[in-house]
Write a protein that binds this ligand. Structure first.
Ligand code: HEM
Length: 176
């Protein structure tokens, strides 16, 4: 089951798919830069820009059995960076943005932090727990502590695409 949404949000596909550096979603036709991070596949697409601000499309693929919830930290650590948490609520995906409402740049300890769209190995982190959130329909639900966490890198330069606005329009229009 795949659902898609834009910008700082994610689509969580509950399936298992063989990894590749570039992944083109056969349903939405969006092409992402893909990284395998433990049990997860994390896919990103961004516009062909040189610096922030910019929007990012992210898709997380997680096996339901391992991931009652799964999360990606955009600055590669647990605290003081944007975190996207996602989980299944039946066949729906619930997305929860924690800590910040910006993705490409943020402020931590009075310093501006920004994702560099030309970075070929941008540091992200993921975490997951097999236990689902206590209130799966509520995107503000509490979650239990992760059983696994690790950092991984994403090739953002390879995720840049001239088709970004087309992708966003197509996904926003609800096309599957
Ligand atoms: C109820 C929620 C959470 C609790 C109680 C929690 C607790 C902790 C604790 C105690 C540590 C220290 C090392 C350890 O004990 O494993 C840690 C590390 C870590 N956690 Fe969480 N965590 C939570 C949610 C998250 C989420 C949503 C992410 C998103 C990716 C995350 C990512 C990490 C990472 C990357 C580390 C490694 C150290 C660091 O970067 O700060 N955690 N967590």
């Amino acid at each position: 089951m795949v659902s898609s949404s834009i910008l700082c949000t994610v689509a969580l596909a509950l399936a298992s798919i063989v990894g590749a550096a570039q992944y083109c979603d056969p349903v939405t036709t969006v092409c992402y830069s893909e990284t395998k991070a433990g049990d997860l596949y994390v896919r990103v697409a961004l516009p062909a820009v040189e610096k922030d601000p910019f929007d990012i499309l992210m898709q997380i693929v997680a096996p339901k059995a391992a991931a009652g919830w799964a999360a990606v930290a955009w600055g590669g650590k647990m605290t003081k960076n944007p975190i996207t948490v996602a989980w299944a609520n039946g066949n729906q995906i619930v997305v929860s943005s924690r800590w910040a409402d910006q993705c490409a740049s943020w402020t931590a300890d009075n310093a501006k932090m920004a994702i560099n769209p030309n970075d070929t190995a941008a540091k992200f982190a993921y975490a997951l727990a097999p236990t689902p959130p206590s209130q799966p329909a509520n995107n503000a639900s509490s979650i239990v502590k992760h059983t696994i966490h690790a950092s991984f890198t994403v090739d953002l330069a390879a995720a840049k695409t001239e088709k970004f606005e087309d992708y966003v329009k197509a996904l926003s229009s609800g096309r599957k």
